[in-house]
Design a protein around this ligand. Structure first.
Ligand code: SF4
Length: 248
């Protein structure tokens, strides 16, 4: 943070989840921040979308750090750390930067799960304080992306391009596979086309069996993707020379 700048000391958090093993290396403690810039109809954390929610709590950054530090011994033994998820962790950027900076001063490994739908300046500022990026690519076709998320796919791609131009950035792409949205070849082809034009290639993990919404109305189609289709998606990316994997 810039010297002399007033640093926000609070960040709204939806919940803290301990002993996570799918949110980065080792054992992680995951902080789910409140508020999201997208409106995915299949959202598996719908209560994190609004800027505030009955479940959320405004944490003093110092208190949050103290709370997280109780898990430090598990991180050390497993080469884990903290993961910030959401919602969109980079939405309230200034308190997030202060938080990530303090985590770094404590020697904690910092992973962030982001959909990347934020101003480029937020990505640029956060890049100084993040050890591993788990970057969601849901679709790259502009119309498909907007229809599913109400967001701008070009913003996400431009941000990812900048990040991948930074050779030191450690990035993994993750693609939630959603029936009725991106579980078909046209969506995979569009994503492969755009990923191959990035400054460098990074691993892609497909996340099938995505849970979504809270009522059937939130999920007009089945959230479960057939394992065969999941494998076809993976094979499709591999055929394009992309290091694709499935997180079963
Ligand atoms: S980006 Fe994630 S948290 Fe935000 S609406 Fe989409 S699925 Fe939900």
């Amino acid at each position: 943070m810039t010297a002399g700048t007033s640093i926000p000391k609070k960040r709204r958090v939806n919940r803290i989840q301990r002993f996570c093993i799918h949110d980065g290396p080792g054992i992680r403690t995951t902080v789910f921040t409140q508020g999201c810039t997208l409106r995915c109809w299949w959202c598996h954390n719908p209560d994190t979308k609004p800027r505030a929610h009955a479940n959320s709590r405004l944490w003093e950054i110092d208190t949050l750090l103290d709370q997280l530090s109780t898990d430090e011994r598990y991180w050390k033994q497993s080469h884990g750390g903290i993961t910030v998820s959401g919602g969109e962790p980079l939405m309230q950027i200034r308190p997030m930067l202060a938080f990530l900076e303090q985590c770094g001063k404590r020697g904690w490994h910092r992973t962030i799960e982001t959909a990347g739908a934020v101003p480029l300046t937020s990505i640029q500022q956060a890049s100084k304080f993040i050890d591993l990026w788990l970057w969601d690519i849901k679709a790259t076709d502009a119309a498909r992306f907007t229809q599913g998320t109400q967001g701008d796919s070009q913003q996400v791609l431009n941000n990812l391009r900048w990040l991948l131009e930074q050779n030191q950035s450690n990035v993994i792409i993750r693609m939630p596979l959603i029936n009725g949205f991106n579980a078909q070849r046209a969506a995979w082809e569009a994503i492969a086309h755009d990923l191959k034009r990035m400054p460098r290639t990074v691993p892609l993990f497909i996340l099938p069996g995505h849970e979504c919404g809270t009522t059937p109305a939130d999920c007009p189609t089945s959230p479960r993707v057939d394992p065969l289709i999941t494998q076809q998606a993976c094979d499709n990316f591999i055929a394009h020379g992309i290091d694709a994997n499935i997180t079963w």
